[in-house]
Design a protein around this ligand. Structure first.
Ligand SMILES: [Zn+2]
Length: 395
């Protein structure tokens, strides 16, 4: 089936469009490469962006992010790297840095059967938490969450004006490493600034982009070509930096772009206890099983996932499903992605978190208002800080 998206003022065409969309959703069901069959132009993708006013506390673009970060003390903001598009990858820190003597890198220390040659976690008084947002540029729910968390740290309230004393207290007992925008080039390409209320076809366009003939690349298709060079695409999706690198699938021992190394260098330097890479997708939120890490680390992340799910339940928010720890196996074993790589340079318990975008078009995705999307982030952070502090207290 080849479904060609055309906009026309005629009501009949709109009806056809609606039927076509329904058909696509029935056939596609969820994220599959069938989305490749949709053909769009950039103008059509722009015309599909609803006329709306985003909440003033939403952060879906670099200028808004910079305006908030410019209010911070300059010493609290550090430039880790510069993207191919010329945008800084920025780090905001809270809490004291507590270095411990280092005689070896993580890998070698593990080889010696004593991690303390790399980092003595017990000697540190506070847990270290790394939070990286928008490694995929259109997944701005994490960016919004982290700028709101920074507001809580600075004022006690999120940007919406909700006081969050518990979150402030928990966060204040940790060392926080916040990278609000892990892929600023991708964010700069993301015109809608939010996918809430939009459809899966919009996610596919803005996320993975379109081949030169206008067919959507889709989720699996986006991984078939790396770098995703400009000559192959009509629109370079926000997964990628301006040189077509998807930081989640960089070549970690021979880096292709600056974004993944910025995150990994920070992890190596700071040896976080927990590292959350904040992504977004169609369905309700969840923590994804970290791949190629010891089962004990997976089980710890599972306990954090259970804690997150419990907070969501209390708030009346859905959680997708809990993962089961397992060893990698099978004919199509998982990729060792950026999340896994964080463990292998730092020993952190790493995980990918997936927020909903608030898309419409499939009742299984649930309904997510902008307020819900903020709450999803705030409660996740509360769960991480609580979990990390309890683990620290338990020694
Ligand atoms: Zn993602």
């Amino acid at each position: 089936m080849l479904w060609r998206l055309q906009r026309s003022p005629a009501e009949g065409s709109r009806g056809l469009l609606a039927i076509g969309l329904s058909l696509v959703f029935v056939l596609v069901a969820s994220a599959t490469i069938c989305a490749e069959e949709v053909v769009m132009t950039y103008e059509e993708a722009i015309a599909r962006i609803p006329e709306r006013e985003l909440p003033d506390w939403w952060v879906g673009d670099l200028d808004t992010m910079r305006a908030h970060l410019d209010e911070l003390r300059p010493d609290d903001v550090r430039e880790l790297a510069v993207s191919p598009g010329g945008h800084p990858i920025l780090l905001v820190t809270y809490g004291e840095h507590e270095p411990t003597p280092r005689r070896a890198n993580f890998n070698s220390a593990i080889g010696s059967r004593d991690e303390s040659h790399y980092v003595d976690r017990e000697a540190r008084s506070r847990p270290v938490i790394l939070l990286a947002g928008s490694v995929h540029g259109h997944e701005v729910e994490g960016l919004t969450g982290l700028i709101n968390l920074i507001s809580v740290m600075e004022t006690g309230s999120d940007l919406r004006g909700t006081e969050r004393p518990r979150l402030r207290e928990l966060a204040g007992a940790c060392r926080l490493l916040i990278i609000p925008a892990g892929n600023p080039d991708g964010i700069a390409r993301f015109v809608p600034r939010a996918l809430q209320g939009m459809e899966q076809v919009d996610l596919r366009w803005w996320g993975q982009g379109a081949w030169t003939d206008g067919t959507l690349i889709g989720w699996l298709g986006s991984k078939t070509t790396h770098p995703m060079t400009e000559d192959r695409v009509r629109f370079l999706g926000c997964y990628f930096n301006d040189e077509g690198i998807n930081p989640a699938h960089d070549e970690f021992t021979a880096p292709m772009g600056p974004e993944a190394p910025a995150i990994l260098d920070l992890a190596r330097e700071e040896a976080p206890d927990y590292a959350a890479l904040l992504h977004s997708h169609e369905t309700p939120p969840l923590l994804i099983r970290p791949k190629y890490v010891p089962l004990e680390i997976q089980e710890d992340v599972l306990r954090l996932a259970e804690r997150t799910r419990a907070l969501y339940e209390q708030a009346g928010l859905q959680y997708s499903r809990l993962f089961e720890p397992e060893a990698e196996a099978g004919p199509n074993p998982p990729a060792l992605n950026l999340t896994s790589a964080v463990y292998h340079v730092s020993g952190a318990a790493p995980f990918t978190f997936e927020s909903p975008h608030g898309l419409v078009g499939d009742e299984r995705w649930g309904e997510w208002s902008f307020d819900d999307l903020l709450e999803v982030q705030m409660l996740l952070y509360e769960a991480i800080f609580t979990h990390a502090l309890e683990a620290k207290a338990a020694g």
